[in-house]
Design a protein around this ligand. Structure first.
Ligand code: NAP
Length: 281
């Protein structure tokens, strides 16, 4: 089968209404990605390095709980419910995509918040809701799509399916490795070569070295962006595309804010690193 050999699935057979609703939600997703990009360029979301105690983002809630609410609820609970109760296609491609999405969101929404060593124990409720709202929209669109697309029987050897999954897995590995590396910076028994022993196990910020950190400031964002690019190619969907655009609308400005922050905090910050994409951006 040639690359770009037509649309490899039938969608919402017999239901024009569902198709129109899907298109409308994708349009909304596109608009939200554009707005998010502009807002994040102007000012980074005030959590982590860019926390702003002056900003009024509502009452504090435990940070681990906040990440679980904003990511696990839409990315695991809502996604599974929509896939099984709103979707109706049950082929190998549908289940493969379900497994990929859950592999990311069980990690991101449950394991990651439990294992990370956050500087602040709390996060404003507004930050959690700011993640929860868009995630509900994009995860609904994607779960509805992969639960309803009737893929061709031979799609498993389509180059889009194979390349997309390979990209997703590569991005997943980079994202997981980079988050692990960041976590290890605050590890009591962690890498001691770059900061004094008395500071290990603290909640301070340090310069990460090694692997993709030699190329970019935010390999965790880069890895996740590659994952969603792979998702878009593998699912060959508008739903995947608007989600990837929204992720890029977050990662591009935030990685640049992070990059500027590191350069301001650390005089000896490696000058050759890019913010997000090796050799490019
Ligand atoms: N799909 C999306 O739209 C989206 C949006 C945002 C994030 N994410 C994903 O969520 C994950 C976390 O994102 P994030 O924005 O929280 O990442 P982050 O700012 O890089 O922080 C990740 C963790 O590492 C710690 N950390 C960061 N830099 C450090 C340093 N120099 N020294 C010591 N510790 C450091 C942070 O501590 P503090 O919390 O104390 O700063 C936090 O616990 C990533 O995998 C990212 O891809 C996805």
């Amino acid at each position: 089968m040639a690359l770009f050999d037509g649309i490899p699935y039938r969608l919402y057979a017999g239901s024009e209404t569902r198709f129109i609703v899907h298109l409308a939600l994708c349009g909304l997703g596109f608009l939200l990605a554009v707005i998010t990009f502009v807002v994040q360029v102007i000012s980074p979301a005030p959590y982590g390095k860019h926390e702003n105690k002056e900003a009024k983002w509502g009452p504090p809630i435990p940070q681990r709980l906040g990440h679980m609410l904003s990511d696990a609820l839409p990315g695991v609970v809502l996604f599974v419910l929509v896939f099984f109760f709103y979707g109706y296609q049950r082929g190998y491609a549908n289940y493969t995509f379900l497994a990929l999405f859950l592999a990311h969101y069980v990690q991101r929404g449950i394991v990651h918040p439990l294992m990370m060593r956050y500087r602040n124990a709390v996060v404003p409720l507004g930050i959690t809701l700011g993640g929860f709202g868009p995630n509900c929209l994009y995860h609904f669109i994607n779960a509805d799509f992969i639960g309803s697309a009737d893929y061709d029987d031979n799609f498993y050897y389509d180059p889009r399916f194979i390349l997309g999954i390979l990209l997703f897995v590569a991005g997943y590995i980079i994202n997981r490795w980079a988050d692990w590396k960041l976590r290890s910076l605050r590890n009591i028994k962690g890498d001691s070569s770059h900061f004094p022993e008395e500071e290990q196990g603290s909640t301070g910020y340090y310069i990460p070295y090694g692997g993709m950190f030699e190329l970019v400031t935010c390999p965790n964002y880069f890895g996740e962006l590659v994952e969603w690019l792979g998702w878009t190619i593998a699912t060959w969907s508008l739903a995947g595309l608007v989600w990837t655009l929204f992720s890029a609308a977050t990662f591009i400005p935030r990685s640049r804010h992070n990059h500027a922050w590191y350069k301001q905090q650390f005089e000896m910050y490696p000058p050759n690193r890019k913010a997000l994409i090796p050799c490019l951006l």
